[in-house]
Write a protein that binds this ligand. Structure first.
Ligand code: HEC
Length: 93
């Protein structure tokens, strides 16, 4: 899995955090909830992984983002997540 190869080392296999922040805790939801998913997408692209920011191709970034959203309880939509449809709002709990 792409997440395991690029992110799990720091964010943990279940996204609960390790060296890096938790991607499922209340702080994460408070920061990103109520904002377009594209904000989170852009932030990840520009900042992660820290040793190679700006290098994750869409083909890897989108499945990783979809996985992060799924682990936050967001139900997958009918169309695979992509740059084109990432404008939907990440629901606030
Ligand atoms: C070498 C360790 C490392 C790797 C690999 C890494 N991260 Fe991170 N990540 C961090 C650290 C440290 C932070 C907190 C610093 C910050 O917010 O700038 C962070 C923060 C984040 C945040 C923001 C968390 C928040 O609460 O807003 C997201 C989202 C994220 N990482 C996603 C990813 C994804 C997706 C990948 C894989 C493509 C990844 N990271 C790979 C170390 C890492």
């Amino acid at each position: 899995m792409i997440y395991n190869d690029h992110c799990a080392e720091c964010h943990g296999p279940e996204l609960a955090g390790a060296l890096g922040a938790s991607l499922i805790d209340p702080a994460f939801k408070a920061r990103w909830g109520g904002r377009p998913v594209s904000d989170l997408r852009d932030w990840i692209y520009s900042n992660m992984p820290p040793n190679a920011p700006g290098t994750l191709p869409d083909a890897q970034l989108d499945p990783i983002l979809a996985w992060v959203l799924m682990k936050n309880g967001v139900a997958p939509g009918p169309t695979p997540l992509s740059k084109a449809n990432a404008g939907a709002v990440f629901p606030k709990e």
